[in-house]
Design a protein around this ligand. Structure first.
Ligand SMILES: Nc1ncnc2c1ncn2[C@@H]1O[C@H](COP(=O)(O)OP(=O)(O)OP(=O)(O)O)[C@@H](O)[C@H]1O
Ligand SMILES: [Mg+2]
Length: 272
């Protein structure tokens, strides 16, 4: 797998420096019941405080990879190590966010946010987390909405509440599977900038699965391009735009060059 800067020369990008947090070696996955090979020998190292994206065609194995990283699915072969320890099942240092906010309609915002603590440590422990939950609500601009039910939140607000729910357990790693794809373009741009701010503030190590090339480029230190199924990485592209990123950067010629480079994989057949 080549690692290239936007100018096309080989480099050691930001995302490839620093302490490794996640290390995947030769991860393959075959779903035996239907004999579908979803992943083929995927190697991936996520460094502390970096933001990576995985982009590839529908059905190439992106969600499967994220579920394996989260300990929700076992790989058929290969190893997944987080903070030096093999991932054998769900872990408290992993935060995951899916396409839908999936808040429980009968629980208020704050009750939804502390739910992972309640499941893990019980009701009393969850109650002690209410102050922290309020701080998180402040962080995502939802102050005053703690006692509201999900039906009274907009789609973007519900996704912001879901971010708080992911962060309440203070995970070392954020795994995001198309978290904002159900939102309109304006809300999505806003949420992406919020996500960047939160990640920078907390020095989070993050991995985003997305179908949007501009979204991948504006958020990431490294964009991993996945082939069609069985998924494997065909290129890792470093994004050397300064941080914090702003939406204005989308009109920067360097941004356009990166989008073009990733899109060129379409022509090469990676997305077929
Ligand atoms: N539990 C499962 N059992 C059998 N096959 C599965 C299972 N989960 C996924 N697959 C298959 O594995 C392949 C990869 O699926 P996956 O959901 O990882 O794709 P994806 O890249 O996330 O696609 P999309 O972009 O559409 O979300 C697909 O062919 C899918 O049918
Ligand atoms: Mg998917």
């Amino acid at each position: 797998m080549a690692v290239l800067s936007m100018a096309g020369e080989a480099v050691a990008p930001v995302g490839l420096m620093g302490r490794p947090v996640y290390e995947l070696r030769g991860v393959s996955k075959t779903f035996t019941r239907r004999n579908v090979q979803a992943l083929d020998k995927v190697d991936l190292v996520l460094r502390e405080g970096t933001f990576s994206s995985i982009i590839g065609p529908s059905g190439c194995g992106k969600s499967t990879l994220l579920k394996i990283m989260a300990g929700l699915l076992p790989p058929s072969s290969g190893s997944v190590v987080l903070e030096g320890k093999p991932v054998m099942g769900p872990r408290r240092d992993i935060g995951m966010m899916f396409q839908q906010a999936t808040l429980f309609p009968w629980r208020t915002t704050i009750e939804n946010i502390v739910l992972p603590i309640e499941i893990r440590d019980g009701k009393a422990a969850a109650r002690t987390k209410h102050d922290q939950a309020r701080q998180l609500l402040d962080l995502v601009g939802l102050r005053g909405f703690e006692s509201v039910y999900p039906s009274e939140l907009s789609g973007g607000m519900a996704q912001r509440a879901a971010i708080c729910r992911m962060l309440i357990t203070e995970p070392a790693v954020l795994l995001l599977d198309e978290p904002f794809s159900a939102l309109d373009e304006l809300s999505r741009d806003f949420m992406n900038m919020e996500l960047q701010r939160i990640c920078l503030e907390r020095n989070a190590t993050s991995c985003l699965v997305t179908h949007s090339i501009p979204e991948a480029v504006i958020l990431s230190d490294v964009v991993y391009v996945m082939s069609s199924r069985p998924g494997r990485f065909v290129e890792a592209i470093t994004v050397d735009l300064p941080r914090p990123r702003t939406l204005d950067m989308m009109s920067d010629p360097r941004f356009g060059a990166l989008v073009h480079r990733i899109r060129s994989h379409l022509d090469k057949g990676a997305f077929q």
